[in-house]
Design a protein around this ligand. Structure first.
Ligand code: ATP
Length: 370
């Protein structure tokens, strides 16, 4: 393991910013630390870099406990959201500065600077000053400066947040290429789930100082371990339901009873649960028309709103229970006020109990509709 956090906890006075966080990065992994503003991401980065001394827990780099060591004793490369380039130094000098504290002779230093400027495609700008560079070029200089000392781990804290969308996507791809080429173990911090999913091999999703999910992006997206992951990673409709039978797990959802799979974790009848289902997994049809396969359960409701968001329509359906569901429609959207049936594919419904524990997933059993 290149980086390992064990029970990392940090308080700022009474504020518990990071609460018992444990995860690790294997050699060469690119992991995104993803979560909304204020969930503790930067505090974790600062604890790894040595700028924050955690209240409790340990930080290990290459199996060495560095928790009590100063930043300069750790081989960590850092890139932040704001530029930290020295304005009075050239590109070359800025990158060389990152090597100043290392015991490297002048000739080797020159070679490394040239090598990493080449890597970020900025060799021709070596004598430019930061003010003469575009925002994207400045980011690339910072990447070269962080990488040239060949750190054990590269920490990128929201490095693209200050850039416009197109540049952000381009640089995101460049970072992926550079990471691939150098094989540097990387922790990429972001609040942007699309950015995280596009870039990372693995996501560590944070909610209010704690880890809410840890796994490959596609797995977390398709089988969210918590309600928070279900709604933060992509979009999710949350419908209140009640367990009516345990084997197989059957829930009352709106005016229907929907049978899910057997689970040894099924809660007892009467337990209130929340069913999460993604807008893209739902489809609508006139109530009388045949459903997709004749066995998919459906709920009926009235179209409350249709929003054209460019590549699709978001159709909000108000169910008879008063709950609302957002359904994605690619073309031919319904009219506001229209009565519709919403098909809910059973294998796309995730059920959580009141504590946010997952209680089931999907099925291929016959339906019991009420
Ligand atoms: P953001 O992306 O907005 O920076 P974050 O996920 O990186 O958010 P942190 O910056 O680590 O989160 O902050 C976690 C919590 O700790 C927040 O509630 C924040 O207000 C608080 N916090 C952060 N730094 C300090 C500090 N120096 N003093 C007091 N509280 C702090």
């Amino acid at each position: 393991m290149i980086l390992e956090l064990e029970g990392l906890t940090h308080r700022y006075g009474d504020e518990l910013a990071v609460d018992d966080v444990s995860f690790g990065l294997e050699e060469g992994e690119l992991v995104a630390l993803l979560g909304p503003s204020g969930c503790g991401k930067t505090t974790i980065v600062q604890a790894i870099a040595g700028h924050v001394r955690p209240t409790a827990g340990r930080v290990r780099l290459r199996d060495r406990d560095v928790t009590d060591e100063p930043p300069e004793a750790r081989r960590v490369g850092l890139v932040f959201q704001e530029s930290t380039l020295y304005p009075h130094m050239t590109v070359n000098e800025n990158v060389a500065y990152g090597l100043a504290s290392r015991d490297i002779d002048a000739r080797r230093r020159e070679e490394l600077v040239a090598e990493y400027l080449e890597l970020v495609d900025l060799r021709d700008q070596r004598d430019a000053y930061p003010a003469e560079l575009s925002g994207g070029q400045q980011r690339r200089v910072e990447l070269a400066r962080a990488l040239a000392p060949q750190p054990d781990v590269l920490l990128l804290d929201e490095p693209l947040s200050a850039l416009d969308r197109a540049l952000c996507e381009r640089l995101r791809d460049e970072i992926a290429c550079i990471q691939d080429e150098t094989g540097v173990t990387t922790l990429f911090v972001t609040h942007d789930q699309e950015e995280a999913m596009a870039l990372a091999d693995r996501l560590v999703v944070m909610d209010d100082g704690r880890i809410s999910g840890d796994g490959p992006p596609r797995t977390l997206y398709e089988s969210p371990p918590t309600p928070f992951v279900a709604s933060f990673l992509g979009r999710s409709n949350a419908l209140p339901a009640t367990v009516v039978a345990r084997e197989p797990l059957t829930v009352a959802l709106g005016d229907r009873e929907i049978q899910l799979c057997n689970s040894d974790r099924s809660p007892p009848p009467g337990t209130p649960v929340t069913c999460h289902i993604r807008p893209e997994d739902l489809s609508v049809r006139p109530p009388g028309a045949a459903g997709t396969d004749g066995t998919t359960p459906s709920l009926t409701g009235d179209v409350a709103d249709v929003t054209d968001v460019g590549r699709r329509y978001d159709v909000t359906v108000r169910l008879e229970t008063g709950d609302e569901l957002v359904v994605e429609a690619v073309d031919d959207p319904p009219q506001t006020g229209e009565r519709l049936a919403v098909d809910l594919p059973r294998d796309r419904i995730a059920v959580f109990d009141a504590d946010g524990r997952k209680r089931e997933r999907s099925v291929s059993v016959p339906e019991t509709e009420g």
